[in-house]
Write a protein that binds this ligand. Structure first.
Ligand code: PRE
Length: 356
C-alpha cells in the first residue's frame, strides 16, 4: 500500500512545486498589471477579462477535472492576484450567511472585503457613496420573480450594472436543536417563505410563518430561541450553529437567484454579454410594440421584459428589458439609438458579461 502511494505522492509533490512557482509567476505579472493600471488610473476589477479567463479554462479543459471545479480554482487564483493589485470592498445584503454573501464570493472569490448592509437600500447607498467599490443586489428569483426594491433603486440611483452572478438557492429548515419539538414559529425572508410554501403547507400547515428582514436574521433568531425555526441556507445554519430539520425544502429544486454587481464601472465587451435597460412609453395603443420594434429590425434578442408601475398615480409603467449583446456592438448601438427616439424615458443600466 505505502509502496504504491509513495511514488504517486512524490509526483504530486513535484507538480505542486511547479504549480507554486507558476502561481507566483502569475501573481508577479498581475502586480505589474496593477502598476500599469495605477499609472493610468484604470479600474482593477475587470469583469470582462475575468469572464474570458474562466470561459477559456472551460473551453481548453481536457479533463478529468470538471469545468465548474476548475473555474472555482481559477476564480480564486484571480481573486488572490487581484488582491495584490488592490483589495476590493463589496457591499451586500447582510448579515453574514445570506445568499447575497454567497453571491459575493461566487463573483469575486475569497480575497475580497465583504461589507454587510442592513437593507438593499443600504447596499446602493454604500456603493453610490464609494464606501464600497461594488455592491451585490438580488435582481430576480427563478420561482418568485423580480426583486422590486432592486429594480426601483436601479432606476433612482447613479450606479450601473458591471456584472451578474446566478447562484442556486437551496433552503433548509433549521432550529437550535435540529428538531421541531417546541417550535411554534418559522421565520424567514418573505421570498424564502414563498419559495417553500408548498412544502410548509404539506409538512407544517399549522405552524405560524413570520417574515423577517433576511434568512440570516431568521437564523440568528433561531439560534437564541428554541421556539423559532429558520429557513435559510445551510451556510447560515453552520454560521449560527443550527441543526438541520430538513434540507432542500424549496418547492422548485432548480430554484436560482440572479444578482447584479452594481458600481460605477462601465464593463468592456467580453464576447458574450447582456445589456439591461429601463424604458417608458406614453400610455397609448401600440406604444410598447413600436418601442421594441428596433430590436427585431437589428436582430437583437430580448431575454427579459419586466414591468413596474411608475408610481405617479396613473397607469404608467417602467419596462426593465434585458437584451443580448453589448452597447459597443454595432447592431445593439443602432437598435438603441432608434429605440431611444420612441421612448418617453430611456436609461442604460449597464452592459456586462453573461454569468457563467
Ligand atoms: O488582466 C487584468 O486586468 C488583471 O488585473 C489580472 C486579473 C487576473 O488575475 O487575471 C486580475 C484582476 C482583474 O479583474 C482581471 C484579471
Amino acid at each position: 500500500m505505502t509502496d504504491k502511494l509513495t511514488p504517486l505522492r512524490e509526483q504530486i509533490d513535484a507538480i505542486d512545486a511547479e504549480l507554486l512557482d507558476l502561481l507566483n509567476q502569475r501573481a508577479r505579472l498581475a502586480q505589474q498589471v496593477g502598476h500599469v493600471k495605477a499609472e493610468t488610473r484604470a479600474p482593477v476589477f475587470r469583469p470582462e477579462r475575468e469572464a474570458q479567463v474562466l470561459r477559456g479554462v472551460a473551453a481548453r479543459n481536457p479533463g478529468p477535472l470538471k469545468n465548474a471545479d476548475l473555474q472555482t480554482i481559477f476564480r480564486e487564483v484571480m481573486s488572490a492576484c487581484r488582491s495584490l493589485e488592490k483589495r476590493v470592498t463589496v457591499a451586500y445584503l447582510g448579515p453574514a450567511g445570506t445568499f447575497s454573501e454567497q453571491a459575493v464570493y461566487q463573483q469575486f472569490g475569497g480575497a475580497v472585503d465583504g461589507l454587510p448592509c442592513v437593507s438593499i437600500d443600504e447596499v446602493f447607498r454604500a456603493t453610490e457613496a464609494g464606501t464600497a467599490d461594488f455592491g451585490v443586489v438580488p435582481v430576480e428569483n427563478s420561482s418568485e420573480g423580480a426583486i422590486n426594491r432592486t429594480l426601483d433603486l436601479m432606476l433612482a440611483t447613479t450606479t450601473i450594472i458591471s456584472g451578474e452572478v446566478s447562484i442556486p438557492v437551496h433552503h433548509s429548515l433549521m432550529s437550535s436543536t435540529g428538531s421541531m419539538d417546541g417550535v411554534t414559529v418559522v421565520c424567514a425572508h418573505s421570498q424564502a417563505l414563498a419559495q417553500c410554501q408548498v412544502w410548509l403547507n404539506q409538512h407544517y400547515p399549522n405552524i405560524e410563518r413570520r417574515a423577517v428582514a433576511s434568512n440570516a436574521e431568521a437564523a440568528v433568531m433561531a439560534s437564541t430561541n428554541p421556539a423559532i425555526a429558520a429557513i435559510a441556507s445551510e451556510m447560515a445554519g453552520e454560521q449560527y450553529k443550527l441543526g438541520v430539520v430538513q434540507g432542500h425544502i424549496q418547492d422548485d429544486p432548480h430554484n436560482r437567484t440572479r444578482f447584479a454587481i452594481i458600481g460605477h464601472l462601465q464593463t468592456n465587451p467580453s464576447g458574450e454579454d447582456q445589456t439591461s435597460l429601463v424604458l417608458a412609453v406614453p400610455n397609448k395603443a401600440g406604444a410598447v410594440y413600436n418601442l421594441l420594434a428596433p430590436l427585431a429590425k437589428h436582430g437583437v434578442s430580448m431575454t427579459r421584459f419586466e414591468s413596474r408601475p411608475a408610481r405617479i398615480g396613473t397607469w404608467e409603467y417602467y419596462f426593465y428589458v434585458d437584451i443580448e449583446g453589448h452597447v459597443f456592438d454595432a447592431a445593439v448601438a443602432r437598435a438603441l439609438e432608434e429605440l431611444k427616439d420612441n421612448a418617453a424615458f430611456f436609461k442604460v443600466l449597464g452592459s456586462y458579461p453573461l454569468s457563467l
